[in-house]
Ligand binder design. Structure first.
Ligand code: CMP
Length: 431
């Protein structure tokens, strides 16, 4: 069996399956126990099988020991045997049939041993939170749902076990009514249509206990749900707050409405394309090697689109990627103006631009193109204006970095000079 890595899809799916199995057995085992069912059902055998396989899976899964990831099988086995192995093994044992066969049917309480596996649930949820791309708020809701339904379930069964509700009904009817009693008590609704028997101290004490625990639990849930709702869209909320500040600022400074609209559009574009976080915000908090990795990943699109980069080797790309600076332009923006001195060139990641010579369009450039190189190569003024036709995500390369790259990588220099010469020729044709 190959070694499963911690965040792999297989391992995550397996963990989800185990969580479902634990949930199902935690519901079914106490239910069967209170209803007096003695036989091990199909689910019991299925879960037994899954839990046994789980032990094997754990021997073949990477382990995180603090911050270190163990990949050596012997170390993994040693770590597992000294941590979760016993919990996994004991909860996997088919105790009902094993002991039931020897001692008769009274041993079904032993089935509860399986619920030992519940202690592993927080660890499984933690792993999911770390590796699954679900909104954290949603995952917290799942966790709340998991524990709340189990506790309500057990409390309802306890209510039946001490003779609460209507004894002469079939078991399932009693269970539904007990659950109803439990929820109304926990949620402090207390309609009073199902109440403890006034002659039974046990039922009254049980009800007090459920009320006390219930109040705490209910408060916890209400508090959590409230924070969840606030957090679900925290990013959007903070974006709107920031927009509000910007709007106020622009109003106070009496910035012309048309300019205000352009600024608003820019921020909306940032929100739509990167949830309001600019690459610069994000990068500034990262250490250097991580920044290069992220830059390589984020700029993969541009590296694949620009023919110039497609054939380049890894060392060159790593260097280029560190020098590129993302810049956004809005439709109608002049990125370059004819006649000015140039100190940078651009690579176009998304969008379209037009090249204008003396106000006349000579070319349209789209994704993967570059422009602004001529002024750098020839140390002359800009030969044309370049204007954005749509929203443009570009990457800027400074003159200094451009010169350095040309000197270091002659192939890059050759290709870029060749394209530049062709453009120059076509411009001569225009004149
Ligand atoms: P530069 O002269 O620095 O600034 C204007 C840019 O427009 C120029 O570099 C080229 O990158 C680009 N450009 C000029 N003429 C053409 C053309 N005919 N086709 C495509 N791009 C051009």
């Amino acid at each position: 069996m190959p070694l499963l890595s911690l965040g792999s899809r297989w391992k995550i799916s397996w963990d989800v399956l185990i969580i479902i199995a634990i949930f199902a057995s935690s519901l079914v085992i106490p239910y069967r126990l209170v209803s007096g069912e003695k036989q091990a059902g199909l689910l019991y055998w299925l879960v037994t099988f899954l839990f046994i396989v789980d032990v094997a899976v754990n021997f073949h899964t990477e382990v995180k020991d603090g911050l270190v990831i163990l990949t050596d099988r012997r170390e993994i086995a040693r770590y597992y045997l000294s941590s979760w192995f016993w919990v996994d093994l004991i909860s996997a044992l088919p105790l009902i049939p094993l002991f039931g066969w020897v001692w008769g049917p009274q041993v079904s309480v032993l089935a509860l041993v399986r619920l030992l596996k519940l202690v592993k649930v927080p660890k499984l949820f933690r792993a999911l939170r770390e590796f699954v791309e679900l909104p954290p708020a949603l995952l917290r809701l799942f966790v709340l749902f998991f524990w709340f339904s189990l506790i309500a379930h057990v409390m309802s069964l306890g209510w039946i076990a001490i003779g609460g509700g209507e004894i002469d009904r079939p078991f399932f009817d009693r269970y539904i009514r007990a659950l109803y009693w439990c929820i109304t008590t926990i949620a402090t609704i207390g309609y009073g249509d199902y109440t403890p028997n006034h002659d039974s101290n046990l039922q009254i004490i049980y009800t007090i206990a459920v009320q006390v625990i219930g109040v705490g639990m209910f408060g916890y849930i209400v508090g959590n749900v409230a924070t969840l709702v606030v957090n679900i869209d925290a990013a959007r909320a903070s974006f709107y707050t920031r927009m509000e500040e910007i709007r106020n600022y622009m109003r106070v400074k009496r910035i012309p409405i048309s300019l205000q609209n352009r600024i608003k559009n820019y921020y909306h574009y940032l929100w739509e394309t990167r949830q309001g976080i600019t690459d610069v915000d994000f990068f500034s908090t990262l250490p250097h090697p991580l920044r290069t990795e992220i830059a390589l990943f984020l700029n993969k699109a541009i590296l694949e689109k620009v023919p110039l980069f497609k054939t380049a080797d890894e060392i060159f790309l790593r260097e280029v990627v560190e020098e590129l600076e993302p810049v956004v332009f809005l439709p109608g923006d002049f990125i370059i103006r004819q006649g000015q001195y140039g100190d940078c060139m651009y690579f176009l990641n998304t969008g379209q631009v037009e090249v204008l010579v003396n106000g006349k369009r000579v070319a349209i450039l789209s994704e993967g193109s570059f422009f602004g190189e001529m002024a750098l190569i020839k140390s002359e003024k800009r030969s044309a204006s370049v204007r954005a036709l749509s929203y443009c995500d570009t990457y800027k390369l400074s003159r200094h970095s451009f010169e350095r790259l040309r000197q270091k990588y002659p192939e890059f220099d050759r290709q870029i000079s060749e394209i530049s010469r062709e453009r120059e020729k076509s411009l001569e044709g225009e004149e």
